[in-house]
Ligand binder design. Structure first.
Ligand code: WT7
Length: 647
């Protein structure tokens, strides 16, 4: 049995069941609403739409012309109005919207009124630079208040933002800018990470050497180190904000107007610009933030994801702010200056809801329970995870050492493309099984099927699909609608194809098994094998590269690259190091291969296709599967020996 199959066996026999604690259920948001009694999905979403403010009411809930969905057509709204203006008429006006803590220990609090003022001012700056409805704006910022301010300001005037994670390289930034033709780039001099400065403006300068659509750059000062400001192009945030107006009318957007584009990795070398809309997206994230996280007026809510990922868009910025919640944002690393930083922050601010990734939990486990044990974590009442399957061991550790056996855990399954959580427990209602994201949320119809779309029996593996449209679903891939139709709606007849494998158990609980395509999930971040391969062959020494993943105790999966060199280059540890750095330069640190393995040839079929399956077997130390289609079986034996020596 393969190691994955063994883990799966153990998972499916996971006997523990945690019923919702009574103290939680009694006060759960789900108990106070009739919403979940509505069984018809469309009617349900129609009701959810009243969680947000519409300037003009929508006329139709859904127009579904497979695979094109249009939600809440005829309605107009503005996302920044929903996240800001609508809270100003109540006590929320003076409530903390953002509690921000910088990595060096500086901090600030912005009330809803403060955030409203800053967003209006920045929206006025955008207007004064000629940015208008439909224009694309790239945001390349660290986790500082300017990031949500810039996003909300774009939303206010109807500009489409494209946030590029600050850990991405100059090259990755350039690729994304050019993919969508941004007119403006918003960045910072730098950001802090483990006490080091990330040179964001230097990266931006490099990226802009070949990004002709960008007219202006707005730079906010964070680190204060010396940077180059290009006359006529670059503007300081603090200088242009001086003359900004205090109020900008929120643009009434159509429900289907795009709100943002966010790139994610797919199975080709080119990241996909996932397009999300205004109305459906806001309805989806507002409902799920309210009920999956059980947000209460007095809560301090902390999602540790970087805003540069979808988790940050939906559950740091839009979902919680639309609900008028208090959101904590922390700029830096969990182990800086010490591995107790997160627990210190929870104690310092009295955090009630904490949402993080399994990979982080596995790091906490490795650092040991003495770090959280030193802190008063009694304010916590709900925990969440996202990004990858959580192993029951990590789930139990989280439950015991962080939640102190009091807090339900919501294991939330979703994707950049889905925009919102689709499979998750409802806290206070759903009994939990460690390692399972439990069941689809109300309004969501998910299933596990074979290639033809037939449901597979309980306990059997298959493809995870979604069978009905949902409001926050992506509408297209920017500039490549065909790829949208082909990749998501053509693989399994009649269904949205998630790219994940899954099983259902006898209780109808979903157990996510991970990606079934050429996408690797490293520490909850998606990386396309092709992207890493193209980065490797971009190096002068590399002839060919095949990238696969191997299971990793902390990261979930780690990147292993098999590389053949061109004539005149010889394998060496130095060259391996150089190739790793090259990948970091082209993509960013998240894509750094764990291991580079030089080999004189790669195992190929007679038609010349690299047999990745066999490479995976080698990397996992498994017996080799079927090798009968291999052109030269002896090459594989040599490769296996080389790998064994290396390891
Ligand atoms: C992929 C999506 C939006 C979430 C952050 C990552 C994996 C996500 C879970 C979970 C098992 C999960 C899937 C999915 N994934 N959440 N709770 N249990 N797997 O977003 O980068 O778009 O990646 O992350 O494989 O397809 P993303």
């Amino acid at each position: 049995m393969s190691p994955e199959a063994k883990v799966l066996e153990a998972l499916l026999r996971e006997p523990r069941l945690f019923p919702p604690p009574e103290h939680f259920s009694q006060k759960a948001n789900t108990q106070e609403t009739e919403l979940f009694k509505i069984k018809d999905p469309e009617a349900f979403w129609g009701q959810c739409a009243s969680l947000i403010h519409w300037f003009k009411p929508w006329e139709r809930i859904l127009e579904w012309d497979y695979p094109q969905a249009r939600w809440f057509t005829g309605g107009t709204l503005n996302v920044s109005y929903n996240c800001l203006d609508r809270h100003l008429g109540s006590f929320r006006r003076n409530k903390a919207a953002l509690i921000w803590e910088g990595e060096p220990g500086d901090s600030c609090v912005l009330t809803y009124r403060d955030l409203y003022r800053e967003v209006n001012k920045f929206a006025s700056v955008l207007r004064s630079l000629g940015i208008k409805r439909g224009d694309r704006v790239t945001i390349y910022l660290p986790m500082i208040p300017e990031l949500p301010i810039a996003m909300l300001a774009c939303a206010r005037i109807g500009a489409i933002h494209n946030v590029v994670f600050a850990g991405f390289s100059a090259h990755a930034l350039q690729e994304r800018i050019n993919d969508i033709g941004s007119r403006l780039l918003i960045t910072a001099d730098g950001g802090f990470r483990r006490g080091q400065v990330i040179p964001l403006k230097d990266n931006a300068d490099l990226a802009l050497q070949n990004a002709p659509t960008v007219e202006r750059v707005i730079v906010t000062k964070r680190t204060g180190h010396h940077i180059n400001m290009q006359l006529g192009r670059d503007l300081w945030w603090h200088e242009i904000m001086h003359t900004a107006s205090l109020y900008i009318e929120p643009e009434p957007m159509e429900a289907e107007d795009p709100l943002f584009i966010l790139h994610t990795s797919g199975t080709t070398g080119k990241p996909k610009g996932v397009v999300h809309t205004t109305g459906g997206y806001l309805v989806g994230v507002t409902m799920t933030a309210k009920y999956v996280f059980d947000l209460k007026e007095e809560d301090v809510y902390w999602c540790t994801a970087d805003i540069g990922w979808i988790t940050g868009h939906s559950y740091v910025v839009y979902g919680p702010l639309s609900n008028g919640a208090t959101v904590l944002i922390y700029e830096g690393a969990p182990d800086y200056p010490q591995p107790n930083r997160f627990w210190e922050i929870i104690e310092k601010y009295g955090v009630n809801i904490f949402y993080t990734a399994p990979t982080a939990i596995r790091s906490f486990m490795r650092w040991g329970p003495s770090y959280p044990a030193r802190h008063d974590l009694s304010s916590l009442r709900l925990l969440g995870t996202v990004g990858e399957p959580i192993n029951p061991e990590a789930w139990m550790w989280y439950y015991i050492h962080i939640g102190r056996r009091r807090c339900p855990i919501v294991d939330t399954w979703w994707q950049t493309e889905t925009g919102m959580i689709l499979i998750s427990p409802l806290p206070g209602e759903t009994p939990l099984k460690p390692g399972s994201a439990t069941r689809p949320l109300p309004g969501i119809e998910a299933d596990v099927v074979d290639e033809k779309g037939n449901p597979v029996p309980p306990g059997k593996g298959g493809y995870l699909v979604i069978k009905k449209p949902w409001p926050a679903m992506m509408r297209t891939i920017y500039g490549d609608h065909r790829r949208y139709v082909e990749q998501y709606w053509s693989r399994i007849p009649g269904c949205y194809f998630t790219g994940d494998g899954a099983r259902k158990d006898a209780d109808g609980y979903f157990w996510i098994l991970g990606r079934v395509d050429d996408v690797i999930n490293v520490s909850g971040h998606r990386i396309g094998t092709m992207e890493v391969e193209s980065a490797l062959v971009d190096h002068q020494a590399v002839a060919e590269a095949a990238v696969i993943s191997r299971s990793h105790p902390i990261k979930g999966q780690a990147i292993v690259a098999f590389v053949t060199l061109k004539e005149g280059f010889t394998p060496s540890p130095e060259l391996a190091q150089e190739l790793k750095e090259h990948v970091v330069k082209i993509i960013g640190a998240i894509a750094r291969p764990e291991q580079i393995l030089f080999t004189p040839e790669l195992p190929k079929t007679r038609s010349g296709k690299i047999m990745r399956r066999l490479l995976r077997d080698i990397a996992e130390g498994r017996a080799l599967g079927d090798t009968s289609t291999l052109a030269d079986p002896s090459s594989l034996e040599r490769l296996r020996q080389a790998y064994a020596e290396e390891a």
